[in-house]
Design a protein around this ligand. Structure first.
Ligand SMILES: *[C@@H]1O[C@H](CO)[C@@H](O)[C@H](O)[C@H]1NC(C)=O
Ligand SMILES: *[C@@H]1O[C@H](CO)[C@@H](O)[C@H](O)[C@H]1NC(C)=O
Ligand SMILES: *[C@@H]1O[C@H](CO)[C@@H](O)[C@H](O)[C@H]1NC(C)=O
Ligand SMILES: *[C@@H]1O[C@H](CO)[C@@H](O)[C@H](O)[C@H]1NC(C)=O
Length: 491
């Protein structure tokens, strides 16, 4: 048990040198983190593989009474947890030995998340959310993406209406707010989660009992929230640096410390339903087959200390690279002086979300500062009993084709219990360094019918989506190479 001895090395001093033993690490079940290989890339040096790992949120771990393991410490039991110090003495957090048992499957560079698992004859909801740990297996892996890009391949074909397979960043503390007295477990057990929703409900925040109902807030960059029907990416800002607590109406929308709606870009919602969806004939980007998603964070002066001015999205499918569409029927967006190029800019946010908190709480510049400080990469799959995810894909919100009931989790578990998302080939680094295409392309739609995932010979007149791409894409011509899909010859 390599993990066990590692833990012991870290924790023994805590256990023996202090009298407060804390939300101590239990000894019944070890924590065994799945490895998910990722890569960091530079233009000059190419890509280097990292043996990064995954941990699920601390609250998804068993947390129980020291003396009576059948008694859970969630939700907080006033008898066990009258205050933080007593709670820490009375409760232990146990490990998770099999991440497959919570719907997390990894292999090499690939991560599959499942919403449901068969439990006897019934499906149970597992809905995992996992965080990227550094190679040290103790702390989160800091991603600093200002003036850089992140790319990954995704398969959303098994995500229907109401599902959300998400990949995003939160400005969590890299140690998981580890604290030798009250939270010795830290990132290794998935503590320290925060986001712009500032949820007031968690039993523990940063591993400490949340006695007074605080919310846990921090900047959040939603790189990818999607199913096969609709997709969005959204920066969200907060007034504070790092992770911090809110109380009362500080945690609320409109008056609070974080921007909950964010400055979102959803191509369907902007009036381009033909851009993304199921089927090559009907859509430019066919969500029934894998593709590569590239997100670039451009600064005003092309340095890592400049102001973030643009968040640009590119896609790669069938050997062709193309930007998120600039086609829109939205009058305000169409009227942006100088035109709109299909990306998230201050001008876009100003007209797209006139009432949002985004600008008040820092705007793109604030988002950029958070990206520069470093954020934690998070993967999740989820559906929602409250709103059926209609803000992402529903006719009611105008953001997708799904009707009022299709996204109901009660329907999903009956019609598609094997729903899942697969992320793979996660890379970050210099703009232009994390992806390749097998031939220059002008972004035109290949003829329908080539679509079994085999990269077809693509147009090669060397123009990639006009000036938008000239400045942001580096293309390597790999003549004659036919691959099953992008990621395979990169890995
Ligand atoms: C709630 O408790 C936390 C300690 O976990 C403390 O930092 C915070 O100030 C408290 N909030 C209020 C409003 O008392
Ligand atoms: C929504 O779509 C589903 C699947 O196509 C269909 O069975 C259902 O009747 C529709 N519901 C409504 C309210 O239109
Ligand atoms: C892109 O290439 C295709 C295929 O060769 C061609 O039909 C199309 O006209 C080209 N589009 C542009 C804008 O050059
Ligand atoms: C940043 O780089 C892009 C792409 O190379 C270029 O078009 C742009 O002019 C540069 N901006 C500055 C301020 O140098």
């Amino acid at each position: 048990m390599e993990i066990h001895s590692h833990l012991a090395a870290v924790l023994l001093p805590v256990v023996f040198l202090t009298t407060v033993t804390a939300q101590t690490i239990g000894t019944t079940t070890p924590e065994v983190h799945p490895v998910l290989q990722t890569q960091t890339c530079t233009l000059v040096g190419g890509c280097k593989t990292k043996l990064t790992k995954l941990v699920t949120d601390s609250l998804a771990h068993p947390i129980h009474s020291v003396t009576d393991p059948s008694k859970s410490c969630q939700p907080l039991d006033p008898a066990l947890c009258p205050d933080q110090a007593t709670c820490a003495q009375n409760c232990v957090i146990e490990g998770i030995q099999s991440y497959e048992s919570i719907g997390v499957l990894t292999s090499g560079t690939s991560l599959k998340l499942r919403e449901y698992l068969l439990d006897g004859t019934q499906y149970k909801k597992v809905q995992p959310r996992v965080y990227l740990l550094a190679e040290d297996d103790l702390n989160y892996e800091p991603l600093r993406l200002l003036n850089s890009e992140l790319s990954f391949d995704v398969d959303v074909s098994a995500l229907g209406c109401g599902m959300n397979g998400a990949l995003y960043l939160s400005e969590m503390d890299m140690s998981g707010s580890r604290n030798s007295n009250l939270n010795p477990a830290g990132a290794q057990y998935g503590t320290g989660y925060c986001d712009t929703q500032c949820f007031k409900t968690p039993a523990f925040i940063n591993g400490l009992a949340n006695i007074n109902g605080s919310g846990s807030c921090c900047n959040e960059m939603d790189i990818w929230e999607a199913n096969s029907r609709s997709t969005a990416y959204t920066p969200h800002t907060c007034s504070g640096v790092g992770s911090f607590l809110c109380s009362g109406n500080e945690c609320d929308s409109g008056v609070g410390v974080c921007d909950k709606p964010g400055c979102s870009l959803n191509t369907f919602g902007l009036g381009a339903p033909g851009f993304y969806g199921r089927g090559r004939v009907e859509h430019r980007l066919d969500s029934t087959r894998p593709f590569t998603v590239v997100t670039q964070f451009w600064t005003a002066d092309n340095t890592t200390s400049g102001d973030l001015i643009e968040i640009r999205r590119l896609y790669v499918q069938d050997g062709s690279v193309f930007p998120s569409t600039a086609e829109t029927t939205n009058g305000a967006v169409n009227n942006i002086p100088g035109g709109w190029d299909g990306s998230i800019t201050e001008e876009y946010c100003a007209v797209r979300n006139p009432a949002s908190d985004f600008t008040r709480l820092g705007g793109l510049k604030g988002m950029g500062q958070s990206l520069a400080r470093g954020m934690v990469l998070i993967f999740s799959i989820w559906n929602s009993d409250g709103d059926f995810m209609s803000w992402l894909d529903g006719q009611a919100s105008g953001n997708g084709p799904c009707n009022a009931t299709e996204g109901d989790p009660a329907t999903i578990v009956k019609t598609q219990p094997d729903t899942s998302v697969t992320f793979s080939n996660i890379r970050w680094g210099d703009i232009g360094s994390t992806f390749k295409v097998d031939g220059p392309s002008n972004g035109s739609t290949p003829a329908p019918g080539t679509g079994t995932g085999v990269a077809a010979a693509v147009a090669t007149n060397g123009v990639v989506g006009g000036d938008v791409l000239e400045r942001s894409v580096t293309i390597w011509a790999i003549v004659g190479l036919v691959t099953v899909w992008m990621g395979m010859f990169l890995s």
